[in-house]
Design a protein around this ligand. Structure first.
Ligand SMILES: [Zn+2]
Length: 435
C-alpha cells in the first residue's frame, strides 16, 4: 500500500508559494512518484518555472474519463506567525502541518494515491482517470487551468467529469448530523470601477458635488439599494438539507426558503448572515477607494473599485445597468474592469454527483449531503467552460478552526483525514470507473 501521509509530507516540503509559484518543482515530484509505478506523465511549462502535469490511466473508452485536478501552488505563509516551519512537513499529535495541507496538496495526494492504487491493482476501467496538477490557481490561473483549457484542450479530450477542490464535511458541535457539501457552481468575479468626476479646487471651499462627495453619495445609494434575493434550485436544496442538521431554532424557515423569504423578518435574518446572503444574490464589496493625494486639494476624480461576485443566472450586463441605476448620477461612470465571466453550474443529479454523495456517507455515516454554490472561485469554472461536469469534492471533515487556517497560520490536516479521505476517494473512483 502507498502511504499518503508520507507522500503529502514530502509534497508539503516543496515550496510552491505563488508568486512566484515555482510549480515545476512540485510537478517533478509528482512525475517521480508516478514514474516509480511506471506511469508516464507529461509536464508543460506555461512560463519559466510555471508547470502543469498530466498523467493518465486509460479506460476502455466506453465511458468518459474523470479529470482529477489540483493546484500545485500555495499562498504565502508568514513564518513569523507559524509555530512550525510552513514547509517543514512536520507531524505533531496526529496532525500534518504545512502550507497547502488543506489548500490543496492533500486533495492532490488523495487523487494521486487513489490513481496509483487502482493502476497497481490492474482493475479494468470503463472510464479513464486523468491526473491534472496545475499552476497559478491562487493568482488567477493564467499559467494553469486557463492555459490548459486554451493551449492544451487535448489534455481534457474524452473527459466527461472533473473533480477539484473544496466541498467537504462540517460537523460542528450542536448540529444534529454532519453536513457534507459538494460544490456545483461558483460565483464569478465582476470587478467594477466607479469614477466620479467634477472640477478640482481648494479644500478650504468645498461644495456638495466635488468628485469625492459624488462618489461617497453614489456608493451610499448603491449600498442602500437592495438587490432582490434569488433562490437557485441548488440553493433551495442546500437550505432544505441544512434545515435537517441545524439546531431546530436556527433551522426555522430553511425547509422552504423561497416561501420564507417573503416574510420580512425571515429575510432580514437570512441576509444578516454574510454566507447565506452571498448564496442568494450577487454581492458588492466596496474595497478600494482613491481620492486626492493631498488633504487640501479637491481632486478632479475619485475612484472606487468594487469586488462584485455574480450569482449563477445573473447577467453581467444587467448588473452593470443595475449599478448605474442605483448610483443615479451621470457624473459617476460605472464600468466592468474585465470581460465578464458568466457563472456555470453542474447539475446535482449526474452519476458522478450521486457517487460523490455516497462517498461522503462512507466517510462519515449519517452525514447529510447537499449541493453548494461556492461563494469563492475555483478552476472548476474553467473546466465547466471546457464542457466537463465539474464538482468541488473533498472527503474530509474540517472544523471551523482548521478551516480558518486556510490562507492563515499553522495550516494543517489530521492524519485521519489524509488516510480515510484517500480510501474514500479510491472507492468512489472504483465505483465510477471500474468495468
Ligand atoms: Zn485552493
Amino acid at each position: 500500500m502507498i502511504d499518503p501521509v508520507d507522500l503529502l509530507r514530502r509534497y508539503l516540503t516543496i515550496d510552491t508559494t505563488n508568486p512566484p509559484g515555482g510549480e515545476v518543482a512540485g510537478a517533478r515530484f509528482l512525475a517521480e512518484v508516478l514514474d516509480g509505478d511506471g506511469i508516464a506523465s507529461e509536464i508543460v511549462e506555461s512560463a519559466p518555472g510555471r508547470a502543469n502535469l498530466r498523467a493518465r490511466v486509460a479506460g476502455d473508452g466506453s465511458l468518459g474519463a474523470i479529470v482529477l485536478h489540483h493546484h500545485i501552488d500555495v499562498v504565502y505563509a508568514d513564518r513569523r506567525y507559524w509555530t512550525v516551519d510552513p514547509f517543514g512537513g512536520e507531524i505533531r499529535d496526529g496532525w500534518l502541518y504545512g502550507r497547502g495541507a488543506l489548500d490543496m496538496k492533500s486533495i492532490g495526494v488523495m487523487q494521486l494515491t487513489a490513481l496509483l492504487e487502482i493502476a497497481r491493482a490492474r482493475v479494468p476501467l470503463k472510464r479513464g482517470l486523468v491526473l491534472l496538477a496545475t499552476a497559478d490557481e491562487e493568482a488567477g490561473s493564467r499559467y494553469g487551468a486557463r492555459f490548459i483549457a486554451e493551449q492544451h484542450p487535448d489534455w481534457l479530450a474524452g473527459a466527461e467529469y472533473a473533480l477539484g477542490e473544496l466541498g467537504g464535511i462540517h460537523n460542528p458541535a450542536g448540529w444534529r448530523a454532519p453536513f457534507g457539501m459538494i460544490d456545483v457552481s461558483e460565483k464569478t468575479g465582476l470587478p467594477l470601477r466607479l469614477t466620479a468626476r467634477s472640477s478640482p479646487g481648494h479644500g478650504s471651499m468645498p461644495w456638495p458635488t466635488t468628485a469625492p462627495h459624488r462618489l461617497v453619495h453614489a456608493l451610499a445609494r448603491l449600498l442602500a439599494a437592495e438587490r432582490a434575493p434569488r433562490v437557485l434550485p441548488e440553493v433551495r436544496e442546500f437550505f432544505a438539507q441544512l434545515a435537517t442538521v441545524l439546531p431546530p431554532h436556527e433551522a426555522r424557515g430553511f425547509d422552504d426558503i423561497d416561501r420564507s423569504l417573503r416574510d420580512p423578518a425571515f429575510r432580514a435574518r437570512l441576509l444578516a448572515d454574510r454566507w447565506y446572503a452571498a448564496m442568494v444574490r450577487t454581492t458588492f464589496a466596496v474595497n478600494m477607494l482613491k481620492g486626492s493625494e493631498k488633504r487640501n486639494v479637491i481632486p478632479p476624480e475619485a475612484v472606487a473599485e468594487i469586488d462584485c461576485r455574480v450569482l449563477a443566472g445573473d447577467d453581467p450586463d444587467e448588473i452593470v445597468r443595475w449599478v448605474r441605476t442605483a448610483v443615479a448620477d451621470d457624473h459617476v461612470e460605472v464600468e466592468a474592469m474585465t470581460p465578464p465571466k458568466r457563472p456555470n453550474v453542474s447539475p446535482p443529479d449526474t452519476e458522478l454527483y450521486k457517487s460523490l454523495s455516497a462517498a461522503l456517507r462512507r466517510r462519515i455515516p449519517g452525514v447529510v449531503v447537499a449541493p453548494r454554490i461556492l461563494t469563492g472561485f475555483t478552476d472548476n469554472w474553467t473546466f465547466r467552460g471546457a464542457g466537463l461536469q465539474a464538482y468541488g469534492f473533498s472527503p474530509i471533515v474540517v472544523g471551523d478552526e482548521e478551516g480558518g487556517r486556510v490562507h492563515g497560520n499553522d495550516e494543517r490536516i489530521s492524519l485521519e483525514n489524509v488516510r480515510e479521505g484517500t480510501r474514500v476517494y479510491r472507492e468512489m473512483l472504483l465505483e465510477m470507473a471500474a468495468g
